[in-house]
Design a protein around this ligand. Sequence first.
Ligand code: SF4
Ligand code: SF4
Length: 74
Amino acid sequence: MAFQHNIDKNRCKGCGLCLSVCPKNVLEISTKVNEKGYFPAFQARPEDCIHCTMCCIMCPDVAITITEVEESNA
Ligand code: SF4
Ligand code: SF4
């Protein structure tokens, strides 16, 4: 089973807590503002993500979700 990591950029307030707990240094803060005028976090290095869920647990705004997805064999 594969996992899909998603950050709802318009829920994010750019606090940076998720960056500080990521053991793989996957996340960075965007230089583009979201709808609320914050600079949201994004996965700068998604290939390094181990889907440990630390960032989801830490986010005070519940902006990050990890969902199981069917693996494509195509
Ligand atoms: S799931 Fe883990 S490895 Fe992936 S971005 Fe979040 S904290 Fe980093
Ligand atoms: S912890 Fe949540 S609100 Fe803070 S930067 Fe990360 S995704 Fe955004």
